[in-house]
Design a protein around this ligand. Structure first.
Ligand code: DI6
Ligand code: FE
Length: 424
């Protein structure tokens, strides 16, 4: 009755990603962490049943309360395992060629990330490698990173451009990202990040780069249906708030949502700019000033924390966690998978790191990779919660309690991913 569409290998066994083509399925004999908004304690239901119909959740609740109309439906028994919404990685740069291990060595010998970037290394070196790789090579190099995320129970992955920096090379990165979506049982959400770094042929002409590459390229990407959102790197080694604002205006005129790399290395008030444009998310935020949190919170913009970059760059300045919590800001966690500051392709590791570095609770870490990550991608109610109407995209774990998802380091306790034919 279940069709096995794809296998991944975990530390314990080979895990199936099962795509159910049944119009009706009941998952039962399991614990469920619904991660529903407003529910305490993970929305945990110890002896639960989930009813899926036509790829969506029709009903979830205690098995004892299962409504009689589902009585004769086919059942999948999950042997007491834990079911959560499938995980979401809402910030990655996973399409790129090569790696920057040598730069990592340089940093360990004392060079800073900014120094390396200013001397022509850093993002520029990945740009050179990515431009010279063929489409097929980019797919081949990116797939293992995507597969690693899938092994951790991920169903939705955001992928940014930003290592092409010409119109054609940026479009090509997004085409690779869209192609990856067709190769694996995941939904890929794409982001235009041409305002990532200034290529050498535009040295000292950042405004011209915005006018000649970033904005016209974005229109092309939108015409081709290659882009779901627009991002920028608002930093002294990236682009100024005024330059980013011009990109945001172009996004707005194309009805595309925006998001921003903000306050990673300094406080340029990018997060407030993002908030003014009702951004889906502002990401990094270590240097976000506490006094700016109320204005940020009022916009409903998600704070995406990226513990892999914090770790790799040995950052010490923490985001204003208490203020974010007090003002009810939704907090998401992502890998930031990229060759420079975060060569990380495990969302579970990002969750563990977020607990240790930023003091998140395991429950916040899980909402950060489910409900809040869905919100950061404009997918609220569709992914990231086990709630009637949402997609029946589920992860089944060999654990007794959801805190274990943040607790174990290395390996993945994923037992199974339950996917629906309706994922795409
Ligand atoms: N912030 C990041 O964390 C990545 N890009 C960005 O704007 C780093 C990209 C890289 O170093 O290759
Ligand atoms: Fe990033």
């Amino acid at each position: 009755m279940l069709h096995t569409s794809y296998y991944v290998r975990t530390y314990k066994n080979v895990v199936g990603i099962y795509t159910s083509f049944m119009t009706q399925t009941i998952y039962t004999n399991c614990a469920v962490a619904t991660m529903q908004h407003g529910e305490a304690n993970y929305g945990l239901i110890p002896d639960a049943t989930i009813v899926a119909k036509d790829g969506r959740i029709d009903w979830v609740g205690a098995s004892a309360d299962r409504p009689p109309e589902y009585k004769d439906w086919p059942e999948e028994r999950l042997d007491g395992r834990l079911v959560t919404p499938a995980l979401i990685d809402c910030h990655t740069h996973l399409v790129f060629s090569g790696n920057r291990a040598r730069e990592f060595e340089q940093r360990l010998k004392g060079a800073s990330y900014e120094e390396i970037a200013r001397s022509g290394g850093g993002i520029s070196s990945t740009v050179t490698a990515t431009r010279s790789a063929s489409f097929e090579q980019l797919v081949e190099e990116s797939l293992p990173r995507l597969d690693a995320l899938i092994r951790d129970g991920v169903a939705v992955v955001e992928i940014k451009s930003g290592y092409g920096l010409t119109i054609e090379d940026e479009l090509r990165m997004l085409r690779v990202a869209r192609h990856l979506d067709t190769l694996r049982p995941v939904k890929v959400v794409t982001t235009w990040l041409a305002a990532h770094s200034l290529p050498p042929d535009f040295a000292d002409r950042a405004d011209a780069y915005i006018d000649e590459i970033v904005i016209p390229g974005l229109s092309r990407a939108a015409e081709e249906g290659l882009v779901d959102a627009v991002d920028g790197f608002c930093e002294s080694i990236g682009f100024s708030p005024a330059q980013i604002e011009r990109v945001f205006k172009a996004a707005q005129s194309l009805s595309l949502p925006v998001k921003l790399h903000a306050e990673q290395l300094s406080d340029l008030k990018g997060s407030l700019l993002a908030a003014r444009y009702s951004a889906l998310s502002a990401d990094h935020l270590e240097f976000l000033a506490e006094e700016d949190v109320p204005e940020f919170a009022a916009a409903g913009t998600v704070a995406v924390l990226l513990p892999g970059a914090f770790y790799m760059l040995k950052e010490t300045k923490l985001p204003p966690m208490e203020a974010l919590r007090q003002h009810g800001v939704d907090i998401a966690i992502a890998t930031d998978c990229n060759p420079g500051s975060s060569p990380l392709s495990s969302i579970l590791t990002a969750m563990t790191m977020s607990c240790i570095e930023f003091g998140l609770t395991p429950e916040e870490a899980l909402s950060g990779t489910t409900r809040c990550a869905a919100k950061a991608l404009g997918l609220s109610g569709q992914y990231g919660e086990i709630v009637a109407g949402a997609r029946a995209e589920l992860a089944v774990w060999d654990v007794g309690h959801p805190a274990e998802l943040s607790y174990w380091m290395g390996g993945t306790p994923l037992y199974q991913r339950l996917a629906t034919g309706a994922l795409k």
